[in-house]
Design a protein around this ligand. Structure first.
Ligand code: MF3
Ligand code: CO
Ligand code: CO
Length: 267
């Protein structure tokens, strides 16, 4: 039916044996995000965190997917406060109450593992705590909708309804993506949408879900460095990302935290 293992929408269908490779890559990315947590403290620079991440990738004998990707030169994206995504690690010093997303993608035996989560330097401000909780739970609503027979629109809708019912907004300018033996492949996984629209989910599809949720308006702009995306209204933004594979029953999350630290309060 899907000739050459690709759907009419250009979405690759992987084999049951391919899940193991994705698991290994996903687990390493998640492990690195677990291990960097101890270093996210006031006074740390984002480039020091990136340096640690790069070392961990090398120690594991893996490859960073982001170094050299479209000219990007770092092993992670680190997006602080009103930075929505693609923050470039640098000399910026974290201060008490800063919230940040760290996004890591590794390649293990040719398979890509892509995950990101939120951290806080020092004490977590009340408003940021709510944003982080809603963003985490919005991702989980999306994952719950990820099963054969549902559509990509069902995933986006679940995320959008949850975020907006909490009076927060979903970023439209960036989306999740297919991945597997490549970093970014069809489809674009939108974090908003209407039920029943978009491609139908099938066993063997591998993709990310990575909602970016803002406390204020959804609009973003990219800074002059051509990477850093920020909220136009300077409101706080949060993001969580998992890489998943559709199974017969539902989905398998490849990027589960080995230490159970995906959520910053470790719940
Ligand atoms: N990891 C990001 C994603 O979730 C992509 C980062 S590309 C980079 O798709 F070049 F900015 F690192
Ligand atoms: Co991604
Ligand atoms: Co990512």
């Amino acid at each position: 039916m899907n000739k050459g293992g690709v759907t009419k929408d250009g979405i690759r269908i992987y084999e049951p044996g391919d899940f193991a490779g994705m698991n290994k890559a996903g687990r390493l990315a998640a492990q690195i995000l677990d291990d960097v947590a101890d270093f996210v403290v006031p006074g740390a620079t984002t480039e020091a965190l990136d340096q640690f991440i790069q070392e961990q990738v090398e120690l594991a004998g893996a490859t960073s997917a982001t170094i050299g990707y479209k000219g990007y030169q770092h092993a992670s994206c680190i997006s602080v406060n009103h930075v929505v995504c693609h923050g470039i690690p640098g000399p910026k010093v974290l201060k008490d109450g800063d919230i940040l997303n760290i996004d890591v993608t590794v390649i293990v035996d040719g398979w890509f593992g892509d995950t990101s989560r939120m951290y806080v330097a020092g004490s977590l401000p009340r408003k940021a705590e709510r944003l982080i909780q809603v963003t985490h739970d919005a991702l989980m609503k999306g994952i719950e909708a990820a099963r054969p027979g549902n559509t990509f629109g069902d995933i986006g809708h679940a995320i959008q309804v949850y975020a907006e019912s909490n009076r927060m907004s979903v970023v439209r300018d960036f989306c999740g993506h297919g991945l597997g033996r490549v970093f970014h492949a069809p489809p674009n996984v939108l974090h908003y949408g209407r039920p029943g629209t978009g491609a139908v989910l099938e066993e063997g599809m591998f993709f990310t879900i990575e909602p970016m949720i803002n406390l204020g308006r959804p609009e973003t702009k990219v800074l002059a460095d051509d990477w850093t995306a920020v909220t136009r209204d300077k409101s706080l933004s949060a993001q969580f990302e998992h890489s998943i594979g559709i199974t017969a029953q539902g989905c398998e999350v490849f990027t589960l935290s080995p230490a159970g630290k995906f959520h910053p309060t470790y719940s």
